[in-house]
Design a protein around this ligand. Structure first.
Ligand code: AMP
Length: 286
C-alpha cells in the first residue's frame, strides 16, 4: 500500500492505474475508520480493481464551535486498517496542502443545502462540496463511494457531480449499524456508555416509523410525533429535526406519495447524531 501526503504522486498513481486500463474507486473519509468506512472500501474493491482512501479532517466543514480540534485522528491505526483491507493508495494531506494561502474558490450546491442539516450547520455543505471537488481533481477515480448514513451529503455530492460534469460515478452504500441499531460514526466515541445505550432509540424510532408507513399509515405529523415520542422516552435529548423528505430533492413532504426518507438530527449530551431511513411506498391507507 502506498500512502502520500502530497498531491502529485497521488494523481500520478491514479493515472498510471487508468493508463493500464484498470479502474480505481475512491473512498473519502475523515479517518477514525470503523466498520462503516470499511464497508465502503469493500464495496469499492468489489466494483473496481484498485481502491484509494483519503484521510483528511476537513476544517472548512466544521463551524468554529464544532469539534474540529477534538476530532479523533488515529492515523497509524487507520493506515493499518487500510492496509489490511487491501487498499492500494492512501492520501493523507495536511490542511496547508489542501488550503494553501490564497485559496478563494468554494463550491455551493443550492436548494439541497437549504434543508435538514443545512440551516443548522451554516457553511458545512460548502465545506464538504469544496473538499470533495478538490479530492476528485487530485484523485480522478472512476467511481467514489459514500455512505447513506450521511444522506444529505450524498445527495449534495450527486448533484455537484452532475452539475459540474465530473466524470466520476457516485455510489451510495447502506448504513452500517451496531447490533442495537445505532449507526456507526466516529463521533459515537463522544458518548458515555449510558448515552451510547440511549442513542439506539434513534434507529428504533426510525425503523418503527418505516414499519408504520409500510403498514399504511400516511399522516406525516403522526409519524413524526411517534418518532419524537420514542426518542423522548429514552432519556434527555435535544431534537434538532425529524423530517420526512423526498428521497431525491430532500423537499419536505406533506404526504408520502413517492420514495421518501425519514431524516433526523438529535443531540445526546454534547454529541450530535444524525440518522435516516428509506420509506417504502405505503400500502393501503389507514
Ligand atoms: P466520515 O469519515 O464520517 O466523513 O465518513 C466518510 C464516509 O463514510 C462518508 O461517505 C460516510 O457517509 C461514510 N460512513 C460513515 N459512517 C457510516 C456508516 N455507519 N455506514 C456507512 N457509511 C458510513
Amino acid at each position: 500500500m502506498n500512502a502520500h501526503a502530497d498531491i502529485l504522486p497521488c494523481r500520478q498513481a491514479v493515472r498510471d492505474i487508468q493508463r493500464k486500463g484498470d479502474t480505481i474507486g475512491l473512498v473519502p473519509t475523515m479517518g477514525a475508520l470503523h466498520e462503516g468506512h470499511l464497508s465502503l472500501i469493500r464495496t469499492a474493491k468489489e466494483r473496481c480493481k484498485h481502491v484509494a482512501v483519503t484521510i483528511f479532517v476537513n476544517p472548512t466543514q466544521f463551524a468554529p464551535t464544532d469539534d474540529f480540534t477534538a476530532y479523533p485522528r488515529p492515523l497509524q491505526s487507520d493506515l493499518d486498517a487500510c492496509d489490511q483491507a487491501g487498499v492500494d493508495l492512501v492520501f493523507t494531506p495536511t490542511v496547508e496542502t489542501m488550503y494553501p494561502s490564497g485559496v478563494r474558490t468554494t463550491v455551493h450546491v443550492s436548494g439541497l443545502t437549504d434543508v435538514l442539516c443545512g440551516p443548522r450547520r451554516p457553511g458545512h455543505f460548502d465545506g464538504v462540496a469544496t473538499v470533495v471537488a478538490k479530492l476528485f481533481q487530485i484523485l480522478p477515480a472512476d467511481a467514489a463511494f459514500f455512505g447513506e448514513k450521511d444522506y444529505q451529503q450524498l445527495a449534495v455530492i450527486r448533484q455537484m457531480v452532475r452539475d459540474l460534469n465530473i466524470p466520476i460515478e457516485i455510489v451510495g452504500c447502506p448504513t452500517v449499524r451496531e447490533r442495537g441499531g445505532l449507526a456507526l460514526s466516529s463521533r459515537n466515541a463522544y458518548l458515555s456508555p449510558a448515552q451510547h445505550n440511549q442513542a439506539s432509540c434513534l434507529s428504533r424510532a426510525l425503523f418503527r416509523a418505516a414499519n408504520r408507513i409500510r403498514a399504511g399509515k400516511r399522516n406525516i405529523a403522526m409519524i413524526v410525533d411517534g418518532v419524537r415520542e420514542v426518542i423522548t422516552a429514552a432519556g434527555p435529548a435535544q431534537i434538532e429535526y425529524i423530517e420526512i423528505v423526498d428521497a431525491q430533492t430532500l423537499e419536505p413532504l406533506t404526504i408520502i406519495d413517492r420514495p421518501a426518507r425519514i431524516c433526523l438530527a438529535v443531540r445526546i449530551g454534547t454529541c450530535r447524531l444524525i440518522d435516516n431511513i428509506a420509506v417504502d411506498a405505503p400500502g393501503p391507507s389507514s
